[in-house]
Design a protein around this ligand. Structure first.
Ligand code: SF4
Ligand SMILES: [Zn+2]
Length: 422
């Protein structure tokens, strides 16, 4: 491959496609409810509020999050108003379905917990406390912990009804209703994601932080916000104190530990900055979550897989409680150009599979490694028959925190065809 050209901040911005961006306001851009493993064998209901706010002042080469921000600084009071309106509407409990593993999953490779028979997470443990005699209450609910996961347990009979997967319409088998499990979870964690940095005064006015803490601390056991490693300062400590024991977690785009590519990404942070920030947060009892990219320019697909696995290992070794792997997508103008010029090979389903298998083997008690299945339909590899099954499988592996057997489809029998069997 050609040597990669370094792009300046101005050049990065010049590639941006024209898109309609949100105006400042007091309503969030969206809300998502999902389940996450807590690293101790339990699944937690998590609400993510996609906040409407100002654009990040860093201009990373691969970033497209600016599309979900406005140019003006976030107005004072806008973020608390968005959070208050959303939290008020949140159901105390949330019902969903989780995929079950295919029948022959006892690879025995990991001692990781099974999702089967799981329970909701314990907020007290989140805060490093012993279990309280009276559980923390979700607003407006009775006792959220009194709601058992429905149909949980190996004795539910669901597993025994499944047949061996074959390449004949596998998606109609695995994701059929009787191969998912109904799951009811209290919504215990909240992500306040602003597509920028929570502790930048332009993105979240510092005067709003105490009110934000008041809005979430009595309702949630954990609050997760995004932030750049160079913005770990007194404001973080003050916010943590205002949360009064609700656990704070900072999510950071580590992206890669490849030193040259980290510089190329225009993160304006070296690996030592990340190490220093993660240690600083750890010393204060603040958890960290890292986003790691799969697929970077100037690397072959094999090298990209290797560097992704190394980056996850580095993050786990540097206090990260949770690592999310993000397969790179070309969605910001600049990356599409690199794909066209042959400088960027986007990850395929096989690459995602390899990284998922290898990084799940790295995790250990208390740590979580997940592969983001977002936009999986656009990734090369597989076929339209097995794609829904693949999606369910990645979601299931994320929740179970262990590898499941590969999907059997005629496309996997012909790996030389990158577009699959249809
Ligand atoms: S720091 Fe995060 S939000 Fe800001 S430009 Fe980089 S990737 Fe995007
Ligand atoms: Zn297929």
């Amino acid at each position: 491959m050609n040597p990669l050209r370094q792009f300046s901040t101005t050049e990065v911005m010049s590639f941006r496609p024209v898109v309609e961006r949100p105006a400042p306001g007091e309503t969030p851009l969206g809300l998502e409810l999902e389940l996450e493993p807590d690293g101790h064998g339990h699944l937690v209901g998590v609400a993510t509020i996609f906040l409407r706010g100002a654009e990040c002042s860093f201009k990373c080469t691969m970033c497209d999050l600016w599309k979900f921000t406005h140019v003006q600084p976030t107005p004072r009071g806008a973020i608390p108003a968005q959070i208050a309106a959303t939290v008020q509407q949140l159901p105390p409990r949330w019902e969903t379905h989780i995929p079950l593993p295919p029948p022959h999953t006892s690879t025995g490779r990991h001692s990781s917990p099974s999702i089967e028979g799981g329970q909701a997470a314990n907020p007290a443990r989140e805060r490093g406390e012993e279990a309280p005699s009276r559980p923390r209450r979700a607003a407006g609910s009775e006792n959220p912990r009194d709601v058992p996961p429905q149909g949980a347990g190996r004795g539910s009979g669901v597993t025994s009804r499944r047949e061996e997967l074959t390449d004949e319409e596998p998606h109609k088998r695995w994701v059929a209703p009787n191969e998912c499990k109904r799951w009811v979870a209290p919504v215990e964690w909240i992500k306040l994601y602003n597509a920028a940095n929570f502790f930048s005064a332009t993105n979240v006015p510092p005067d709003d932080l105490p009110q934000i803490a008041r809005l979430v601390r009595d309702r949630f056991a954990r609050v997760i916000v995004e932030n750049h490693p160079r913005l770990c300062h007194r404001g973080v400590e003050l916010f943590q104190a205002a949360l009064e024991g609700t656990r704070l977690e900072i999510a950071t785009g580590l992206e890669t530990v490849h030193p040259r590519l980290l510089r190329w990404l225009n993160k304006q942070a070296e690996l030592e900055d990340f190490a220093r920030a993660f240690a600083w947060l750890h010393r204060r009892g603040i958890d960290t979550r890292a986003f790691v990219l799969l697929g970077l320019p100037g690397l072959s697909r094999n090298e990209a897989v290797e560097w992704c696995v190394r980056s996850v290992a580095w993050a786990l070794d540097h206090h990260c409680r949770h690592v999310s792997i993000i397969p790179l997508r070309a969605t910001n103008g600049l990356l599409e150009n690199l794909v066209t010029s042959g400088d960027l090979q986007l990850p395929t389903l096989d690459d995602i599979e390899a990284v998922t298998q290898r990084t799940l083997a790295l995790r250990h008690e208390g740590r979580v490694v997940m592969t983001d299945p977002w936009d999986l339909d656009k990734v090369a590899g597989g076929c339209s028959h097995c794609r829904p099954l693949q999606r369910a499988r990645f979601q299931g592996m994320n929740l179970a925190q262990r590898a499941w057997p590969a999907v059997h489809c005629s496309c996997t029998a012909a790996p030389s065809d990158p577009h699959g069997c249809v």
